[in-house]
Design a protein around this ligand. Structure first.
Ligand SMILES: [Zn+2]
Length: 530
């Protein structure tokens, strides 16, 4: 007997046999059971998720010789002929190949005639969005006054392209992509029933490559069976799909977990020998990180028969949830940005090193020159939004920077405690405290800052001083050059000194030196995260 492709052989013949789409099936089963039938149904969703399969089963439900039922018998002539694609009252049109108005007209010309054999004449129009405007008009006319013996089952991957006049006349069902685990289960069931020997990991790779489409999964399974001469091994399937052995990717994550930057580069060199597609590798990394994140929450969800399950559980313990999230975020954005890199390997190396550079330090005693974000979230924000790369850095020791002038110190502290609004606070901070006598504060403001000075603002400072200290408070501000450092100047000096100190420390940092020398990294900006 000739080999029958799996997608055809395993095409579901009734609703219970379908994989996924339970939300759609439940609605259809209820409608059929209660005989609440609409004259036009629209099934939307990406390719290979079951749109035309649902439509064909619905056609059987409507035309099964026994009765209108959610569970067609599969035995009667109508059921069998629909299964075999030769039922005279099921008119299937692939609009992608029939866009001329004449075709649709021909088709719809016969609408008014009663069905030849069945209860209903059913038009199944696939990729209905491909119809021309004229065809849409012809279809619309029929939909506006549908003869009672006609049902329209429309399917499309792109409902956006349908005119609203058509959409509004259809009962719409959105089919979802099939979840990975359901595809794996289905492939496993088929492999077992077909008596094909398989490695679980091979089926997982096929399911991942199918990306939510069951039809693609079955067609890949067909190809893999041919490729491996009836045997589904991890190696063969990896080779066929052009994906890397998962162990190689897992090894890379282990090295990242060990914070071994030179090791990361070595592993990438090893991977490069296989001429891989780095975007696909990022997909593999994302998938593994997701499994690790889930294992951190519920370790029992990891299928222990799955290859790598032990390593995944181990990494789940070794990495913090923040690390996993950060790696995931960087890999996800990397998948988008990698095509922009001058060459893929270099771009991939930078991505992996970025994971280390931005990794929050979870250890107790950071060394003074180590690059450490003070918390994971600012580091992630810095990574996710920068036009330039900010290296978050927090010095463990900073030089003594505080103002030695007690009067100005006192004034600075008072100003900060008053909770003054914006410009009023600026005015106060730019003043030098000359003398505090009884209830009067004698302040001086440099001529360059005179623009800050207004009667209202001075009054506001007085009010808040009264509130804070009690009793009457008077503020006298004279415009003249201050003799000592005002709180504003002190703040600026501290910020500048700290920045210089940090820039020097970053320049000397061994890891930064490594990134500059080995990867050509440039430090654009050093930000101090408070
Ligand atoms: Zn039947």
């Amino acid at each position: 007997m000739a080999y029958q492709v799996l997608a055809r052989k395993w095409r579901p013949h009734n609703f219970p046999e379908m994989v996924g789409q339970t939300h759609v099936l439940r609605a259809l089963i209820n409608a059929l059971s209660n005989n609440r039938l609409h004259h036009a149904y629209l099934f939307t969703g990406t390719r290979g998720v079951g749109k035309t399969t649902v439509a064909r089963i619905l056609a059987k439900s409507l035309n099964c010789e026994k009765e209108i039922t959610a569970y067609p018998c599969g035995q009667c002539a109508a059921c069998r002929e629909i299964d075999e694609g030769r039922f005279v009252d099921l008119i299937e049109v692939d609009a992608a190949s029939r866009t001329k108005v004449e075709d649709t007209r021909d088709l719809l010309d016969n609408v008014q005639y009663a069905p030849t054999r069945g209860r209903y004449k059913i038009y199944l129009i696939d990729e209905v969005h491909m119809l021309s405007n004229h065809s849409f008009n012809a279809l619309l006319k029929t939909l506006e006054e549908p003869p009672p013996h006609v049902k329209f089952l429309l399917a499309t991957t792109d409902p956006q392209k349908l005119p609203p006049t058509i959409l509004s006349r259809c009962l719409q069902f959105n089919l979802k992509r099939i979840p990975l685990e359901q595809i794996i289960q289905h492939l496993t069931k088929i492999a077992e029933e077909e008596g094909i020997s398989y490695e679980s990991q091979a089926l997982r790779l096929l399911a991942q490559a199918a990306d939510g489409s069951l039809r693609d999964a079955l067609s890949l399974l067909d190809q893999a069976i041919a490729y491996g001469a009836g045997n589904l091994s991890n190696d063969d399937v990896s080779r066929m799909l052009g994906t890397l052995d998962q162990n190689v990717v897992l090894e890379l994550i282990k090295i990242l977990a060990a914070k071994d930057a030179p090791g990361v580069l070595q592993q990438i060199a090893l991977i490069s020998e296989q001429n891989p597609d780095f975007v696909t590798i990022l997909g593999d990394i994302l998938s593994l990180l997701q499994q690790i994140a889930i294992a951190q929450i519920v370790s029992t969800t990891i299928d222990t028969h799955q290859q790598n399950s032990e390593a995944i559980l181990q990494l789940a313990q070794q990495l913090s949830p923040e690390d996993v999230q950060l790696f995931y975020q960087i890999a996800l954005l990397g998948r988008r940005d990698l095509p922009l890199a001058p060459e893929p390997r270099g771009g991939f190396e930078m991505l992996m090193l970025r994971m280390l550079a931005f990794r929050p330090n979870n250890e107790q005693q950071p060394s003074p020159t180590q690059v450490i974000p003070t918390a994971s979230s600012p580091a992630m924000t810095a990574y996710a939004s920068p036009p330039s790369v900010n290296v978050p850095f927090k010095p463990a020791t900073s030089p003594a920077l505080t103002n030695t002038n007690n009067a100005q110190n006192e004034w600075g502290n008072i100003v900060h405690s008053l909770g003054l609004p914006g410009t009023i606070k600026q005015l106060a901070l730019n003043c030098e405290l000359k003398k505090h006598e009884g209830d009067t504060w004698h302040l001086t403001l440099s001529p360059e800052k005179k623009f800050l000075l207004t009667e209202d603002r001075t009054q506001k400072i007085e009010e808040l001083l009264q509130k804070q200290l009690g009793g009457p408070q008077n503020v006298r501000i004279r415009v003249e050059h201050p003799e000592s450092e005002t709180p504003a100047i002190e703040q600026q000096r501290i910020a500048e000194t700290r920045q210089q100190y940090i820039v020097k420390a970053v320049d000397k940092d061994p890891f930064i030196l490594y990134l500059k020398e080995k990867c050509g990294a440039l430090i654009n900006n050093v930000t101090v995260l408070e």
